[in-house]
Design a protein around this ligand. Structure first.
Ligand code: PGA
Length: 252
């Protein structure tokens, strides 16, 4: 692990009642007293963001959204905007998660627009990239990841990456229990950093690149030991406080 401060972010997806979320948030908040260096964040469903905000205010744990509208306000039924997330004290917002790309038709252009909408209000986008199994098997991993990154670099400039986090999430590893091997993950992380370095070495060196895809307490250590893996974006395991905290400790 480098000088970059590790970040472990929980992507709760569409899970949790108010009561369950309060229990989870409270346990994570308490458990963070055993974590020295790593930063932790939780990204609950929109409707639970106010609960997280209220419980985590002034604590070491940050919070964020899982998505946002490209618009600031207006007649967009069902949408939630960047200013609304900011109003609730969010630090981060996940952008371009593969589930949104696959199920909600978010393409590279829309993802780049959401990335900019987040930064426009001072939110830090966690930009997700990653290949499907089919793409990996066809040896297209680097082409796909490069295309997803370039869509943002070309539109908003390499300088915008000073205020961003990248998450490499191979689609075949998400929610499947099939984790990328540390070497597979490291190879893509190094590729991503190299891609940024081609435009700006300092930005590349400071960029936090998280791994996501079935990361859990038992495999976090070896993934996080890789030189270009700076933390994790955690789905399933972020719903159990002890698992999540074990990953935070491994990132320390
Ligand atoms: P998972 O999800 O940890 O459940 O694989 C990760 C993600 O989708 O962010």
């Amino acid at each position: 692990m480098s000088k970059r401060r590790p970040l472990v972010a929980g992507n709760w997806k569409m899970n949790g009642s108010r009561a369950e979320s309060a229990t989870l948030v409270s346990a994570i908040k308490q458990g963070m007293s055993t974590v020295a260096k790593a930063e932790a964040a939780v990204c609950p469903p929109f409707i639970l963001v106010p609960l997280a905000a209220e419980m985590l205010a002034g604590s070491a744990v940050a919070w964020g959204g899982q998505n946002l509208s490209v618009h600031k306000s207006g007649a967009y039924t069902g949408e939630v905007s960047g200013p609304m997330l900011k109003d609730y004290g969010c630090t981060y917002v996940i952008v371009g998660h593969s589930e949104r790309r696959a199920y909600y038709g978010e393409d590279d252009v829309l993802v780049a627009d959401k990335y900019a909408a987040a930064q426009a209000v001072g939110l830090i986008p966690i930009l997700c990239v990653g290949e499907t199994l089919q793409e990996r098997e066809a040896s297209h991993t680097e082409t796909v990841v490069a295309r997803q990154l370039d869509a943002v670099i070309n539109k908003h400039g390499i300088g915008s990456f000073k205020n961003a986090v990248i998450a490499y999430e191979p689609v075949w590893a998400i929610g499947t229990g099939k984790t990328a091997t540390p070497q597979q993950a490291q190879d893509v992380h190094r590729f991503i950093r190299g891609r940024l370095a081609a435009s700006d070495k300092a930005v590349a060196e400071n960029m936090r690149i998280l791994y996501g895809g079935s990361m859990k307490g038992s495999n976090a250590k070896e993934l996080l030991a890789q030189p270009d893996i700076d933390g994790g974006l955690i789905g399933g395991a972020s719903l159990q406080a002890e698992e999540f905290l074990t990953i935070c400790r491994a990132a320390d």
